[in-house]
Unconditional design. Structure first.
Length: 274
């Protein structure tokens, strides 16, 4: 008789295989010499490992410009969003503002219920009236604001579990609220902060709608919108198209590879009452 864990593990292995097989196809295809080799041996190893495909895509197709635009926009908006969310969560979970905190919490919940795409028209008029259309500010501000509801809810749940004795001891030592936030609360909240950062980063990295309509200059395009032009320019060269896909997936894989433990801790810690 199979154990209770055998069946779940079997389905997880099948799921992983389903996810990995298309990625392996893209990875191997990005290193092949031409479309004929990709068509004849779609899942086979390249006969000749053509690393020049990556250089050509990086330089000629301007993947480097789109990549770094996406990287600094996604990272900076995620970092600012994490800090704003942490400060809001600290005020709601740790400071004695019970009535105000409840109202803020309800507003945050409402923000979770509104799909981001519904706000597209309002966001467009807002960035237009602020005269930041066709600049990276037009993406930075919506990215940061859009990440706040989920981030605040997760961090509030996490901060509720921090012992109040730590704050009492810090108050006796003469710490103010701001210093307590930076010296005590933030270090203890690192697993949740990492989780929030990664979720926000991935959302910003993959965002297409706002980047497509708010940015028209090619030098300011992010990777998702730049890949559309890249696909149109090299649609007959499948090796280069696959190379661009690998560039777009690489940061996500690296984040999950190095920070998977912190992601799991951050998502589960707030659900356990200590």
């Amino acid at each position: 008789m199979p154990s209770k864990k055998t069946i779940p593990h079997f389905f997880m292995i099948v799921y992983v295989v389903i996810i990995l097989v298309p990625f392996l196809f893209v990875l191997f295809s990005s290193l092949k010499a031409n479309n004929t080799e990709i068509a004849l041996h779609p899942f086979g190893l390249p006969k000749t490992w053509v690393f020049e495909n990556y250089k050509e895509a990086w330089v000629k197709a301007k993947i480097s410009v789109y990549f770094f635009n996406s990287l600094y926009l996604a990272a900076s908006a995620a970092i600012v969003g994490v800090l704003l969310s942490a400060a809001t969560a600290f005020a709601m979970a740790r400071m004695k503002l019970t009535r105000i905190s409840k109202w803020i919490y309800q507003l945050v919940l409402v923000g979770m219920l509104i799909p981001g795409n519904v706000l597209f028209i309002a966001q467009y008029f807002l960035v237009r009236d602020l005269h930041i259309l066709d600049t990276h500010w037009a993406l930075f501000l919506p990215y940061t604001a859009g990440a706040l509801p989920f981030s605040v809810l997760l961090l509030v749940a996490f901060m509720h579990n921090i012992p109040h004795e730590l704050e009492e001891a810090a108050t006796i030592d003469g710490m103010g609220a701001i210093r307590m936030f930076w010296k005590i609360i933030l270090p203890l909240t690192i697993p949740a902060l990492v989780t929030v950062f990664i979720v926000n980063f991935l959302g910003n990295w993959n965002e297409y709608l706002l980047a497509n309509f708010f940015i028209s200059r090619d030098a300011l395009r992010t990777l998702p919108t730049g890949m559309v032009g890249f696909r149109d320019a090299f649609q007959t060269n499948y090796a280069l198209v696959c190379t661009g896909i690998v560039f777009s997936v690489l940061p996500v894989l690296l984040l999950y590879s190095f920070l998977q433990r912190q992601i799991i801790e951050g998502l589960t810690a707030g659900s356990v009452k200590g």
